[in-house]
Design a protein around this ligand. Structure first.
Ligand code: ADP
Length: 377
């Protein structure tokens, strides 16, 4: 079938950044998103104004497009599966999402595949926790099983009292060992309708208060470590029979051990550098997979790149035009502003990518130049 119209569940920045790829490939984007000022509304051919978990709205979306994909995974999977049974085409298929939406199920899925994950267990009761963590040391990590993002729902816990307080409010958590990582890494991978897989260079991600602040491409790791991560990505995408782009977050420890933190079943913040620094962006690549087109070159076009997220640091309605102009004036810098009308602390408002001549040279000063313009002291 010839695919021309792509429905996207979610109209945030990840859908907004698909616009260039869609234009290049001659595709139209139709977006299901709750608010008319959501970023992707401005680039969509057509919009279904509704929450991402509104299945009736997705049924309407389906009448206006050839295939439906996701920029947001907080959907009603049971409801959508009725639509899939009726013949509505989702790419990736819902079966590729279903083991991933609950963080506990996701960990179990990866462990069953024989892939390396931190030690973990599901919270059932406080007594069960005390016996399970008997041989562990604090800190430990407590995570909401569902709907967590940007560190919301993830707690680094230093003592039993704090743990008991959070757990007594709800038991839909999982607990995992705190990984003493030396770096956090990520990889973007795309799988086509025919099962072809392409991967982007492994990147280093740096978070503050559990929110991604910067991404460095490529990561300073050994070729063997990169090969191990490529193999992990292939195994995950093949076993889920993914059609589309997924992001995989990982930890690396001082002794070089690699552990998977999380799979995002969609394009991911750690791949934004690809817009300016790679032959093909992760967004175009995703659309290629979803539209049944051949995948394209993922190589870097420069030796190295740094992406800095422009996170909200106050409650405001400012469009920060002066700061954006100052950032754009830095050589080899590309500012992407998502057009959100409201800033809140930690909210992703935009990002900046800086292209570098040398890998890993002078990173600190480049990052400092960006962040000193963006963040007040
Ligand atoms: P979210 O889905 O909200 O992004 P994550 O599970 O990715 O939440 O956690 C956010 C951040 O918290 C990670 O990037 C990492 O910095 C930290 N973190 C999460 N799990 C662990 C862990 N087991 N050990 C150490 N740090 C962790």
């Amino acid at each position: 079938m010839s695919i021309k119209r792509i429905g996207i569940i979610g109209g945030g920045q990840l859908a907004w950044m698909m616009a260039d790829g869609a234009k290049k490939l001659g595709l139209e984007l139709i977006v299901q998103t709750p608010k008319k000022d959501d970023p992707a509304v401005s680039i969509a051919e057509d919009v279904v104004l509704a929450a991402v978990n509104n299945v009736e709205a997705t049924e309407i979306l389906a009448t206006r497009c050839d295939v439906i994909t996701f920029e947001n995974e907080f959907v009603d999977l049971d409801g959508l599966s009725l639509l899939e049974k009726q013949g509505i085409c989702f790419r990736p298929k819902l079966a590729a999402l279903s083991p991933l939406l609950d963080k506990y199920h996701q960990r179990c899925y990866l462990q069953d595949l024989g892939l390396p994950v931190p030690q973990f267990f599901a919270v059932e009761s406080l007594t069960n926790i005390e016996s399970q963590i008997k041989n562990w040391q604090f800190p430990i990590v407590l995570k909401a099983r569902r709907l967590g993002y940007d560190g919301q729902g993830t707690f680094i816990i230093n003592d039993l009292t704090t743990l008991s307080t959070i757990v007594s409010q709800s038991n839909t958590h999982l607990i995992e060992e705190f990984v003493p990582f030396t770096k956090e890494l990520a990889i973007i991978a795309t799988r086509s309708v025919n099962g072809e897989i392409v991967t982007y260079p492994v990147v280093e991600t740096q978070q503050q208060q559990q929110v991604c602040r910067r991404v460095i491409a490529p990561a300073d790791i050994t070729p063997n470590q990169a090969a191990e991560i490529f193999a992990i990505a292939h195994k995950i995408l093949n076993s889920l029979e993914v059609i589309g782009t997924f992001g995989i977050e990982l930890f690396i420890t001082a002794d070089g051990k690699i552990l998977i933190n999380e799979i995002a079943p969609r394009t991911h913040n750690s791949g934004h550098f690809s817009i300016d620094a790679c032959v093909t962006s992760q967004f175009e690549q995703h659309l290629r997979a979803v539209a049944g087109l051949p995948l394209a070159d993922t190589s870097l076009t420069v030796p190295s790149a740094v992406m800095v997220n422009l996170l909200g640091y106050e409650n405001s309605q400012s469009d920060y035009q002066t700061k954006r102009q100052q950032l754009s004036a830095i050589p080899h810098t590309y500012v992407h502003w998502y057009g959100k009308t409201e800033s809140r602390p930690g909210r992703k408002l935009g990002h900046v990518t800086i292209l570098l001549e040398q890998p890993h040279s002078d990173l600190e000063s480049v990052i400092q130049a960006i962040e000193s313009i963006w963040y007040p002291d």
